[in-house]
Design a protein around this ligand. Structure first.
Ligand code: ASP
Ligand code: MG
Length: 403
């Protein structure tokens, strides 16, 4: 098999850990696999480099920042390659440029445009372990670019896609994706497999494990992604195409998002185009609107409620105020003490009663549901934040996710 193995900052956090990574890579190589390793900077390193730059300037030039930040990953790639060579392996360290990673011009937030895998393939053909510095590429002009914080995952997935690797393993300090946050529900169980779409919906569970950008790219490039821990041999969670999961469970997990705020608009003028006006303005202000509910109109006015991330609340208020001042909205109110719990599973496409069970779970726990939204594979409910944990545990039980 051709395997891309990505090790994050904590996994390469000190010299002993880099040696441990070398041992693990060595084992995979000895098992007969072709290995491409993608590494992050040692944990804390990127922040340290940013701190250095900020010592000299508040707003350092972005091309210089990219040259600086890309150094962290070069350090780990070189050290790991040296360690592997010392163990008797043929290894070669590559910068993003040498690995053929071409990006756009967006310094510090570049997007990968294309990967030319020729050099990596040649090294693999020579039997070498290829060690690539993650998080970086090069633009058309040959300037170093970086992919945004946490971008080494993207490097790994993109490389796996370009090489048509059998597997892309993301090693972190977390052992995989759980049915829900184990800090809330100790009975949470690690999933063997989950589909890309479920993973994207469960983002609040996986956010610390995997960025959504990486999952989206894996889905697009059809990369089989595994998240697992580098600190033991425990198997991780495979994130793959739905077709690869033989017996999809009805529900795969319960996600919790505490970062939502609810905005209520009262006495909204009931005329064609009003929703378009309000939500277009919100979009222009880059407010990320999630759930929307509009009530039946009374006396030419209606109520509209919607949710936004707490971080967008300030911008949303500014937009709403404009409509209040011209009299198109009578009154508005805001509630930050809410949360969104979601039940996610591809199995609900073909089963009935899944939503009813979620609602009755809230009912038996005496939790009032403020808003409901559903998609093909998700049921989301907005409830008061103080009930967040009871709701998560109740739903976890109701769908027997511990079994
Ligand atoms: N070292 C970079 C960062 O801290 C990239 C990464 O670790 O994925 O954001
Ligand atoms: Mg990282």
């Amino acid at each position: 098999m051709l395997i891309v193995q990505k090790f994050g900052g904590t996994s390469v956090g000190d010299l002993q850990r880099i040696q441990n990574v070398a041992n693990r890579v060595s084992e995979s190589k000895k098992a007969g696999h072709d290995i491409v390793v993608v590494v992050s900077a040692m944990s804390g390193e990127t922040n340290k480099l940013i701190g250095y730059a900020e010592h000299f300037a508040k707003n350092p030039a972005q091309p210089e920042m990219d040259m600086l930040l890309s150094a962290g990953e070069r350090v780990t790639a070189s050290l790991l390659s040296i360690a592997l060579q010392e163990m008797g392996h043929e290894a070669t360290a590559m910068t993003g440029r040498k690995a053929g990673i071409v990006t756009d011009h967006h310094h510090t937030k570049a997007r990968i445009e294309n990967i030319d895998p020729t050099t990596m393939n040649e090294a693999l053909q020579d039997g070498k372990i290829v060690v690539v510095a993650g998080f970086q590429g090069v633009n058309e002009e040959g300037d170093v670019t970086t992919l945004g914080r946490g971008g080494s995952d993207l490097s790994a997935v993109a490389i796996a896609g370009a090489l048509k690797a059998d597997l892309c393993e993301i090693y972190t300090d977390v052992s995989g994706i759980y049915t829900t946050d184990p800090r809330i529900e100790p009975k949470a169980r690690k999933l063997d497999k989950i589909s890309y779409d479920e993973m994207l919906e469960l983002a609040s569970l996986g956010a610390k494990v995997l960025q959504n950008r990486s999952v989206e790219m894996a889905k697009k490039l059809n990369v089989n992604l595994v998240t697992r821990t580098s600190f033991s041999n425990e198997e991780g969670t495979l994130i793959t195409k739905e077709e690869n999961i033989m017996e999809a469970p009805l529900v795969s997990g319960i996600a919790l998002d505490r970062n939502q705020a609810r905005i209520s608009l009262m006495g909204v003028k009931d005329r064609p185009g009003i929703a378009s006006d309000i939500f277009t303005k919100l979009a222009q202000a880059e407010v990320n609107v999630d759930m929307i509910i509009q009530n039946k109109a009374h006396d030419g006015a209606t109520n509209i409620d919607f949710t936004v991330p707490v971080s967008d609340l300030f911008d949303a208020k500014k937009v709403v105020d404009e409509f209040v001042s011209i009299g198109e909205i009578k009154a508005d109110s805001y509630n930050e003490d809410i949360c969104k719990v979601s039940v996610v599973g591809v199995g609900m496409r073909s089963h009935t009663g899944v939503a009813a069970k979620a609602f009755s779970t809230m009912a038996v726990n005496n939790i009032n549901i403020n808003m409901i939204a559903t998609s093909e594979i998700k049921i989301s409910m907005v409830i008061d934040e103080k009930y967040a944990e009871i709701a998560v545990r109740g739903l976890h039980d109701a769908y027997e996710l511990d079994k």
